[in-house]
Design a protein around this ligand. Sequence first.
Ligand code: FRU
Length: 462
Amino acid sequence: TSYDQRFRPQFHFVSKKNWLNDPNGMVFDGKNYHLFFQHNPNGTEWGNMTWGHAISEDMIHWKQLEHALLPYRVDRRSGTIFSGTAVIDHNNSLGKQVGDTKTICAFFTFAAPPSFYQAMAYSTDGGLTWTYWNDGRAIVDNQGFDNGERDPKVFWHEASGKWVMSLWVQRDPGRVRWFTSTNLVDWEFASDLMRDWAFECMDVVFLPVDGDPENVKCVIYDASFDYEIGTFDGKEFHVESDTLKNARGSYYAAQTFNQAPNGRAVQIGWMRGGPNSAKLFDVPHNQQMAFPVELELKSTPNGVRLFCSPISEIETLVSETHQFENLSLQEGVNPLDGLQNLDLIDLEITFSPGVADEVVFNLPRTQLRFVSDKHQLLCNGISESGERREEICLDQLTERDGKIHLRVLVDRLSVETYAFGGETFSANYISPIQQEKLSIHSIGGSAVIHDLRIRELQSAWK
Ligand code: FRU
């Protein structure tokens, strides 16, 4: 497969060809990170849901393998494979381990109308071949609230020594049901969490506050990345925060790698709702993953918040770095003057808009506008049908000590923007524009750039 088409994302995961949506089964096996994904093997629109499969040692350079889980038929019911998670069966709870290779167990929703149920498949060869447990029959039967209950999150809970599943089972009122297990196939009801915001793709992640290992909190979130911070006692979640939100734009159905080294929490989200790029941009794929982000809990004046910032492995892609300091943006001053050939970039800036009405960033294929009186950062987004439209990337972007801090990743069809170290971020599809001249300038008065770092990135497909 070649990935070198002009409008093919170069440092974001895309399938070799055809449709992709949610990340699934994200897990680290001791050597490789596995990324499965909702995939249509037969077309560039959603359908025939299958788990595609890719592996990577650094979460940046991916190699797509054979599809892992394909639609099947059992007891005269045909179904497709919806979202879910995977674990490394580190203590051989399932009892299927062969030699030293730990079993990988993938939990998914068998989408077999009229009602969905949860099933499991396992691999004893590191993820190359898969066996459906009990021929793909239910390990957790439909709970009777919603025909479409789905997207099991399974993880190991060290304190109780059990496997835990959290499952979205009902929309109105929103209900998340927790189960526990010792063998990964018999699941016992533990508790119900009633939350109106909860809808699809629950994830659960444990993180220290400000890096303090004595103060670990549990974060739960759904597909839209509404989240709550609290504690989990092995059976029940106890909330300690309001319902919060971090991401904007097209970010959806994100999940974190299970069993990542050093308790690291790295998340990947699907960039939902892009236009059919295969039809518009002469590429073989449609839809992309967002760039992986590191999750951290940090204290802020408003309380503890979840921060998301691009994983440091991005450094493996950096080819050149350009740095600027203390620039006053006046007529004739353009930090990008000598950099007209930029393509893939990771830009970081601290600036003071001062009295300027706007600060404009004419970057490769995208224009970002910081509009002072609206406190917004806007971009040239693109609708599902392919029309260009101005989109809000970041909202309520107010200066702190007169300054704004941004990080911006620009790929061929997307822009990701992170404010103040990832306190909020956005992933947006863009309608690529042919720029006459790359520039950073202000309108209606001079703005000051305190620090600007532009890192040129190489393709991850090489
Ligand atoms: C979220 C979702 C999941 C479902 C999957 C189907 O985007 O609707 O709830 O399992 O996509 O592809």
